[in-house]
Design a binder for this molecule. Sequence first.
Ligand code: 13P
Length: 340
Amino acid sequence: MNRNELARIAHAMVAKGRGLLAADESTGTIKKRFDKIKVEGTEENRRAYRELLFTTPGMADFISGVILYDETLRQSTKSGERFADLLTRLGVIPGIKVDGGTKPMPNFPGEVITEGLDGLPARLAEYHKLGARFAKWRAVIDIGDGIPTRTCIETNADLLARYAALCQEAEIVPIVEPEVLMDGGHSLARCEEVTEQVLTTVFDRLHAQRVYLEGIVLKPNMVISGQKATNRASPAEVAEATLRCLKRHVPAAVPGIAFLSGGQNEQEATLHLDLMNRAGSLPWLLSFSYGRALQQSALATWGGAAASVASAQAEFLKRARLNSLAAGGRYESALEKQAA
Ligand code: 13P
């Protein structure tokens, strides 16, 4: 394992006000997004949409890396350049989702486990050859009556740590993503309590597997009220609780934290990140690894029409630019009014 190389890549993923685009929606998930804009979920439509994102002029100023799905890593632009080569040429690091999605956990109703460790070393070796320099594995923790259980948290943390160790062995930086969902009606305090349990357990297991912390990127949820909560906490409260939780549980050796958006709308996700980056000096870089919060407007504007590609790219670039400002604590809500 080349530790210097892992640390260099991990740092580049979150450095200089740049962040990650999560474009690793599985075939099923992207179909759901396409259904909303009445676009058929064909391989060619998925390819065309990803080409729209990756060829957005100026994107590389704000986006340090892109998380791809297996199919996308093997696809090319219309003119025949492999997406991984295009991104690398632009100075954007290609990454790859390697988990196999979640499955119901036997004996634990309402809880899920992430699959995908079987055969992972061989897949990582192939992904490295195809140009991927970082990977992602998402563990999902839901909050509800009597859940999450300790067993669910511990089992998911063990899997994340095993995955991270295998990635580093293959000289691929692992994004460690334990997502506490914001579905449901829970309070911010309950989210903080669960996120604390999850992060302590995850770092305990990363230590147990001797994972090199300087060579990972953490991708957590923010500490936030559930979507259906009455009296949802304010942006200032979200920023304060999230920072408190991260400071208590994320070692300073971790170079960067890149949040998921998890169902926040585009402006909320940007504002929360900005408020945290205004809070003074922090032990790690705080950036974004957004899927929906970078793509929602772009997808709606595109709607599958070739004639709308340029305006969809402008929407994507606007979100990338505003999130880049937020990663430096320099975002203003008034900027939302500017045309894309
Ligand atoms: P969202 O930002 O849409 O939550 O997606 C990020 C991601 O990669 C989830 O795994």
